[in-house]
Design a binder for this molecule. Structure first.
Ligand code: NAI
Length: 250
């Protein structure tokens, strides 16, 4: 809700969101619009209000940058949210799976940064969407390695773009109820629940306030940071089952 007491935090800001046809990206686009941003929602999938952009395509990024230069002259925010998973384990994953997942989850954000930062001036902000997989040994190895690589990209980008006044931060969602997690087995959901201290899964509305904050001037001295939004999933480093077992034993 916004009012005079709660001024819109992104009034007039031009913000590009990738993977905005569904899930977290769609919710982020809506939340940014509520804060007054002019959102360019993009996705490889067709969706009402979404501009078609495959994050792995240099041509798509270069066309988008040209259109934004023409219509707005500048960009204030980029949310590199598009992502794919592939649930093969280490014995089964194939080089082509690795390449496909890394192309979307790592090269996609890199291309976004390369093509849009020429339009970004001091005070602008990039949010990369990592994962609790980027902080752990999550079993789908193509996905996990891609999200660890995204951490490296984010930190390098924060260092390289800092002198230009462009901030780059990473958020690490835990289990969030979207199409991506709906396609996993029920056992995956149950196991995540038992490892999550807050005892529930996340919703897209748990994620969007952090994205709004990181894009806004409220976060003006935060760059190179990585923030889990995971109900405590990654903070205990696997010790929750030990604590739970001993409590049950007592
Ligand atoms: P989702 O599957 O609902 O959304 C992903 C979106 O990315 C889809 O709309 C899809 O069409 C789009 N996309 C896929 N490949 C693309 C490409 N080449 N170019 C442009 N768009 C493409 O899933 P969700 O959960 O909303 O995922 C958003 C981000 O959050 C992803 O980066 C995902 O890895 C990450 N994440 C999700 C978690 C979850 O529990 N749902 C947990 C941690 C991270």
């Amino acid at each position: 809700m916004t009012s005079d007491l709660h001024p819109k935090r992104l009034l007039g800001k031009v913000v590009v969101v990738t993977g905005a046809a569904s899930g977290q990206g769609a919710a982020e686009a809506e939340a940014l619009i509520r804060e007054g941003a002019r959102v360019i929602a993009t996705d490889v999938a067709q969706a009402p209000g979404c501009h078609r952009l495959d994050v792995t395509s240099e041509k798509d990024w270069s066309e988008l940058a040209a259109e934004l230069r023409e219509s707005y002259g500048q960009v204030h925010g980029l949310v590199n949210n598009a992502g794919v998973t592939w649930r093969a384990r280490i014995d089964d994953v194939r080089p082509e799976d690795m390449a496909r997942v890394h192309a979307v989850n790592v090269t996609g954000p890199l291309l976004g940064i390369q093509h849009l930062t020429p339009l970004m001036c001091p005070g602008t902000s990039i949010v990369n969407v990592g994962s609790s997989a980027a902080l752990t040994a999550h079993y789908p190895v193509a996905y996990t390695t891609s999200k660890w690589a995204l951490r490296g990209l984010s930190r390098t980008a924060a260092m390289e773009l800092g002198p230009r006044g462009i901030r780059v931060n990473t958020i690490h969602p835990g289990f969030v109820e979207t199409d991506m997690t709906a396609s996993a087995s029920p056992a995956f959901r149950e196991a995540n629940l038992s490892e999550t201290p807050l005892g529930r899964t996340g919703t897209v509305d748990d994620i969007t306030p952090l994205v709004v904050f990181l894009l806004s001037s409220d976060a003006s001295f935060i760059t190179g940071a990585e923030i889990p939004v995971d109900g405590g999933l990654t903070a205990h480093g696997g010790t929750k089952s030990i604590s739970d077992a001993l409590r049950a034993d007592a």
